[in-house]
Design a protein around this ligand. Structure first.
Ligand SMILES: NC(=O)c1ccc[n+]([C@@H]2O[C@H](COP(=O)([O-])OP(=O)(O)OC[C@H]3O[C@@H](n4cnc5c(N)ncnc54)[C@H](OP(=O)(O)O)[C@@H]3O)[C@@H](O)[C@H]2O)c1
Length: 266
């Protein structure tokens, strides 16, 4: 497998590259960064601090010069960069793994459309644990009476650029759909001012930012008599990076279509 890693100097991509170093199944890693990034021209092995035969390429900002040699493009960047590189992947007929979050509904439609021609793996949270939480909250939402009120609190490091997290949005959507509700109508983002009494069916997401928290999601199901709380706490970025490497190995075998971590777990 030959893998192009976009945003190669980013927090997530660096961990993904470290896990790919010396992986026998991964023959080469092509690192791509944005134009004028200070790391352009650096040896990848030196940049991640690991000596490995498959990390022998230099970091480049010229995706067109390396994409043809790659089988899969891995994107943990920004929505703009991801959509730009998705187009390149379509042109060159390459598979894509997208971990980037913060897409608008329209941008998500663009990604879905692209998946009719190439294979695309899209997951706002590549950790196996969080994906187990997804199925757990679906079961809980099915079984609990409808008068339980749902609040979601996500906490991330101070550098995170989008809010709320893609994971919190996905959790809220799963709960809404399981309860037969339209996510657009019931999901709200924080509260301010004279909000009036809480509406029974609203699902409220709160985004906390600070320090170096890798990612914490707390889902509360509250009734007048009890409260259920599910917490997922990522101790390190490797929990997502490991999922991304698994996604690369999974998507390479697929012809075309849209896949996610749920498909990996089936
Ligand atoms: N799916 C998951 O499991 C998961 C887990 C964690 C994070 N994420 C998401 O992954 C994304 C990245 O997170 P992160 O913490 O790694 O962010 P980050 O440290 O900011 O890394 C993003 C990298 O992409 C680079 N970049 C920007 N524009 C580019 C372009 N046009 N071409 C190539 N590279 C470009 C950035 O360069 P500059 O910084 O110099 O602009 C940076 O090095 C976010 O959307 C985050 O929410 C997903």
């Amino acid at each position: 497998m030959r893998v192009l890693v976009s945003g190669a100097s980013g927090r997530m991509s660096k961990r993904i590259i470290s896990l790919m170093a010396n992986d026998k199944e991964i023959e080469a890693v092509f690192p791509v960064e944005r134009k004028n990034h200070p790391d352009i021209g650096k040896d990848l092995a030196e940049a991640v601090g690991i000596k490995a035969d498959n990390l022998s390429y230099k970091i480049t900002d010229k995706i067109d010069e390396v994409i043809e040699q790659a089988d899969v493009v891995v994107e943990f960047t920004t929505p703009e960069a991801t959509l730009e590189h998705l187009k390149k992947a379509q042109d060159y007929k390459k598979a894509v793994v997208i971990g980037t979050t913060g897409f608008s509904q329209k941008e998500l439609e663009t990604i879905k459309d692209a998946a009719s021609g190439i294979s695309v793996f899209l997951s706002p949270n590549m950790s196996i644990g969080v994906n187990v939480v997804f199925s757990l909250i679906e079961q809980i939402s099915k079984k609990l009476p409808s008068d339980y009120q749902v609040e979601i609190i996500e906490t991330h490091h101070k550098f995170k650029k989008d809010a709320p997290s893609g994971t919190a949005k996905k959790i809220a959507e799963i709960i809404a759909r399981t309860k037969g509700q339209d996510p657009e109508k019931v999901i709200i983002y924080g509260r301010k001012g004279h909000t009036g009494e809480r509406k029974g069916n609203e699902i409220c997401i709160h985004a906390v930012r600070g320090g170096s928290v890798v990612g914490r999601h707390k889902i509360k199901f509250i009734s007048d008599e009890d409260e259920i709380e599910i917490i997922h706490n990522a101790a390190s970025r490797d929990v997502f990076a490991r999922g991304a490497v698994k996604a690369v190995k999974f998507i390479i075998k697929k012809k075309r279509g849209l896949y996610s971590t749920e498909d990996l777990l089936k």
